[in-house]
Design a protein around this ligand. Structure first.
Ligand code: SF4
Length: 296
């Protein structure tokens, strides 16, 4: 029997989803994460158990540990947890800051650094399967929310997109997105379904049954891609080569000298006009989404 490997990544959601690109190769895996992501972590390939970092860690039943966080907190948690030999993520904080400040070349993106820490390649999409029987991919999936304001395409642009896409649409978000999604649904109330939840019970099968998913640089967009759905990602203050979308072919972004202006997004545009996302026209996004949907 192969010994279990403990894999630690605390969050956010997109990074936990991306960790699923290396968990199958390390199976059987005990995944350690924040309590909010336990259900998601348990669904990753090769994961036999998900444990909350908040509960205090005991990894003495694991033969090896892969630390995908690489932070001081992670090291502190793991130092007390036991477990076997440890491999860790090569963090790139300084190079990422230098990239934002001086627009130097981007360091290796996170999926590549995850793979290096795990000692094997990152799996291609799809790497996640939704529970339950497969449903025909019919609706458009939209993910309008994001943790940081600068990563959000303006609500009026989403509303215009909704009017331009034919057929049924499904809007996804967490409880913090509820008000925004309710307003957006008014653009086409007879054709829009809203899926808002803190967990993933409806979100996973709902995303898996979308023909194309359109969203910002946020966790649910990563989840859609992990499930193998054609995903069109609207990038603003972050760029594909800087982060989590490095090997994803379907991103839209405006070429501006201020990009990237932050590592994770921020509360307001440092320049003031938020042109990186405001200049993305709904018609342009609708055309790109239709082209993606038409691909065999
Ligand atoms: S317009 Fe430039 S400075 Fe403003 S949020 Fe976008 S990338 Fe950042």
């Amino acid at each position: 029997v192969r010994a279990k490997t403990a894999v630690l990544r605390l969050g956010g959601m997109g990074e936990v989803v991306l960790a699923g690109r290396i968990t199958a190769a390390l199976a059987p895996v005990v995944f350690v994460t924040r309590r909010a992501w336990l259900t998601l972590a348990a669904a990753l390939p090769g994961v036999v158990e998900a444990r909350a970092a908040e509960d205090g860690l005991d990894l003495r039943d694991c033969g090896a540990v892969v630390d995908l966080q690489g932070s001081l907190r992670a090291r502190w948690l793991l130092a007390r947890a036991g477990g076997g030999p440890r491999r860790g993520l090569a963090r790139a904080d300084l190079r990422r800051r230098a990239r934002v400040w001086f627009k130097l070349p981007a360091p290796a993106p996170l999926p590549a650094r995850f793979a290096a820490a795990a000692g094997g390649p990152a799996a291609p999409a799809p790497w996640l399967t939704a529970p339950g029987p497969p449903a025909p991919p019919a609706a458009w999936g939209l993910v309008p929310g994001a943790a940081w304001a600068t990563k959000r395409w303006p609500p009026e642009a989403w509303a215009a997109l909704i009017t331009q896409l034919p057929g049924t649409l499904r809007l996804f978000g967490g409880p913090e997105d509820d008000a925004l999604l309710s307003v957006l649904a008014e653009a086409a109330p007879a054709r829009v379904e809203i899926i808002v939840e803190a967990g993933f019970e409806r979100t996973l099968p709902g995303l898996a049954a979308c023909g194309v998913v359109i969203g910002g640089d946020t966790g649910l967009s990563h989840l859609a891609r992990a499930l193998g759905r054609p995903t069109l990602t609207l990038l603003g203050p972050t760029t594909a080569e800087d982060g989590l979308w490095a090997d994803h072919a379907h991103t839209l972004g405006v070429d501006l000298p201020c990009r990237p202006c932050s590592r994770f997004g921020g509360p307001r545009c440092p320049v003031g006009d938020h042109a990186c996302l405001r200049a993305l026209e709904p018609g342009q996004v609708a055309a790109a989404a239709a082209a993606l949907r038409a691909q065999p």
